[in-house]
Design a protein around this ligand. Structure first.
Ligand SMILES: [Zn+2]
Ligand SMILES: [Zn+2]
Length: 360
């Protein structure tokens, strides 16, 4: 074992092609300038991972080629600090949560805090990374990452909860983008992790009611959590939301699904002067009711990742205001990735968030 406390060899998930993967041995990386090496505790499988593993984002450059290691919602402990990292407070032994975007730090978008829109996106040679998308991700026993992409967590937060910070911070960004006025009624499409987290956050920010629209086992979880629900496998989602809101529709709607017609449905279930935000990445075209957006002065917000919201969401989770345990349904060692992935994609046994624990 070298001086940094990490072994020299580790297990890592390797994608060999679309839907083709295996766990391989690889050398443990060294942390570079302003990087840390972390022993990974938990990595949550995300809907985006499914599209990356399936090859649906190859045209976007996620990944740029094979072999490739995904994973971007993770937690761990710093075991080695690269040059300049401990001086900035990232010391060996710190418990951290990790995220995907690492802006270059010097372009205009980074300078105004919108590093999710970095002008140097895709250029690792200019200091940009997007871990688990085109830069090497965390689905491995040890992960080296920029200190801009890790956040220290308090002792009151478990490392399993910390693996849900990335997903929670995206839900927070989506709800902040759409805005919540005191007492407003919100609608959320999709009862998955994003929907259940965004619903709780909408309540924390002042909504009086949140209606979750979707189908399947996960809708039951939404009901158990106290949300109003609409089963859109049995009824028309927009009509049902209107029926629950005196015919008016929600003040704001968050579409976490972005599949098929859901972005148009999101507009249709929102009232005059209302707002809609779109978290999911649409894979196919969708015709939006543009006349309605114009005549009813509606606002439509794209949402990309989580600029600045990891720091905001950490205390909400640590203090028990935001329940991430309720969406964390399964845990697997890395060597059982195939079973974990199937559990996630087929939603076996009510699966919502499935954690991979590479050092289990
Ligand atoms: Zn994700
Ligand atoms: Zn930048």
């Amino acid at each position: 074992m070298p001086a940094n406390g990490a072994p020299t060899e580790m297990d890592t998930l390797v994608l060999l092609g679309p839907n083709e993967f295996e766990v391989q041995k690889a050398p443990v990386p060294e942390p570079g300038h302003h990087e840390v090496l972390c022993e990974v505790h938990s990595v949550a499988i995300c809907g985006t991972d499914k599209e990356i593993i399936s090859g649906n984002f190859l045209k976007k450059g996620w990944p740029r080629g094979y072999p490739y290691t995904p994973g971007h919602e993770w937690s761990g402990v710093i075991v080695a600090a690269g040059e300049g990292s401990s001086e900035l407070g990232f010391e060996v032994g710190s418990r951290v949560t990790g995220t995907a975007h690492d802006g270059c730090g010097v372009c205009r978008m980074c300078a105004i805090g919108r590093y999710n829109l970095c002008d140097n996106y895709g250029h690792e040679e200019r200091g940009h990374h997007h871990y688990g998308h085109y830069s090497i991700g965390a689905m491995r026993q040890f992960h080296n990452t920029s200190i801009k992409s890790v956040f220290k967590i308090p002792d009151t937060m478990t490392l399993e909860q910390a693996a849900l910070v990335d997903a929670s911070s995206i839900a927070l960004h989506a709800v902040k983008r759409v805005g919540v006025g005191p007492g407003e009624v919100g609608a959320i499409i999709g009862p998955g992790a994003q929907g259940l987290l965004a619903g709780q956050i909408a309540n924390l920010l002042g909504a009086s009611r949140v209606i979750i629209v979707g189908r399947g086992e996960r809708l039951k979880t939404a009901a158990k959590m106290g949300f109003e629900i609409v089963d859109n496998s049995k009824t028309d989602g927009p009509e049902a939301v209107r029926a629950l809101t005196d015919g008016k529709g929600a003040h704001f709607t968050v579409d976490t699904a972005a599949r098929g017609n859901t972005p148009a449905d999101a507009v249709s279930m929102t009232r005059k002067g209302g707002r809609v935000s779109l978290i999911g990445v649409p894979l196919e075209p969708c015709v939006l009711p543009l006349q309605r957006i114009v005549f009813e002065e509606m606002d439509f917000f794209g949402v990309r990742a989580n600029p600045g919201t990891c720091d905001e969401v950490i205390p909400l989770i640590a203090e028990g205001n935001l329940d991430v345990d309720v969406v964390t349904t399964h845990r697997f060692p890395l060597t059982d990735f195939a079973e974990a992935y199937r559990t996630f994609t087929e939603r076996i046994d009510g699966a919502i968030k499935v954690l991979i624990q590479p050092n289990l």
